[in-house]
Design a protein around this ligand. Sequence first.
Ligand SMILES: Cc1cc2ncn([C@H]3O[C@H](COP(=O)(O)O)[C@@H](O)[C@H]3O)c2cc1C
Ligand SMILES: O=C(O)c1cccnc1
Length: 345
Amino acid sequence: MSTPNQVLASAAQLHQAQLTKPQGSLGKLEELAIWFAARSNSAMPARLQPAIVVFAADHGVAAEGVSAFPAEVTGQMVANFVAGGAAISVLAREAGASLSVVDVGVASNYAVTAGSSAQLFRVPVRAGTANLRLEPAMSEQECNKAWAIGVGSAQEGLVRSKTLLIGGEMGIGNTTAAAALICALTDIDPIDIVGLGTGITAQSRENKVQVVKDALARARAAGAVTAKDWLMQVGGLEIAALAGFYTGAAEAGIPALLDGFITTAAALVAVKNKPEVADWLLASHCSDEKGHRHALAALQLEPILQLGLRLGEASGAALTLPLIQSALALHRDMATFSSAGITTK
Ligand SMILES: Cc1cc2ncn([C@H]3O[C@H](COP(=O)(O)O)[C@@H](O)[C@H]3O)c2cc1C
Ligand SMILES: O=C(O)c1cccnc1
C-alpha cells in the first residue's frame, strides 16, 4: 500500500507560507491543500475529479421495528437515485461528481426508468441480510463477496481517472448494523452510540438499544474477534462493500471522503482490518446520529462540517466538495508575496 508523500506535503506547506495572506489565515483550508498534496503526484494538486458510489442493501433486522420506514424504501430509493430525484442526485450534479449505484443486496423488486441520471450495477450477493439480533447477518463467503465488490468499485472502470472517491449507502435498518459495529470495535456502550436513524421515537430507540445489545452478546458468544468477524455477524452487505471500497481506494492511492454514521462504521471496519487505510481517509461532516462523533474520534478524524445532517447517501460528503475544491484552487491560483509585490516584515 502506498503511503502519503511527506516531501510533497512539505513543499505544499512552504508554498502556503508564500501566498498573499497572513500565515494560517485560511485555517482548515490550508491543511486540506497540504493533505491532498501528500496524496497526489504534485505539491499543487489539480481540481479533483470526484466519483460517488452509493452501495445499497437490505437488512433483516428491519423486522425488529428499528427504522421509521419500511424495508421496501431501500429499493424505491435506488430507483429514485437512478431517476435523479434523491438528495444525492441533486448534490452530485451540483458538485460535478459522477454518481453510480451498486445494489449488493436489495431484497425487494424495484423498477428503474430508462434515461437514468446514475449508473446502476445490480450485483446482489443475497436478498438482504439475516436478522442480526438472532443470527449472523451473512456468511463469511457472502461478506467476502460484498467486500470484493467494494474493492473492485474503487479500482475498476467505474472510477477511472477519478481522484477522489466518495462512498454512500442506502439500506433501511443500517443505522442499527452500523451502531452494533461501532460498539463492537470501540467498546463503547450502545446507549451512547444508538441513535434515531430515520426518526424513530424515544421508545423505539430503547428497543433498538436492546436489539444491538442482543446482537453483540450473540456474536460474542459465537466467537467474533476480528473486524471481519464482527462485520459478518452484525454488519450489512453495503457496509461490507464500503469497507472494501475504502480498502481498495487506499491500495490504489486514491483519497476517500467519508460521509455519515454508516460510512464511518464501514471505515472503522476497514481500518481495524488494515490500519494503513486510515492514511487515505478524510471526514466530511459530523452527522446528528448520536454515535457519529465517537466513531470519528475512534478513527482520529476531524470532520470539516457539522450541519445537523442525518441522511446518509453520501450527501454530507458531496456538500463538502465545493469547500475542498476551493481549498485547492486557493492553493494553486493565489498570488505569492513576491509575484504580487507585497511587502512582509
Ligand atoms: C426516504 C429515505 C431516504 C434515505 N436516504 C438515506 N436514508 C438513510 O436512512 C437509512 C438508515 O436509517 P434507519 O436505520 O433508521 O433505517 C439508510 O437507508 C440511510 O441511507 C434514507 C431513509 C429514507 C426513509
Ligand atoms: O449519519 C448518517 O449517515 C445517517 C443518519 C441517519 C440516517 N441515515 C444516515
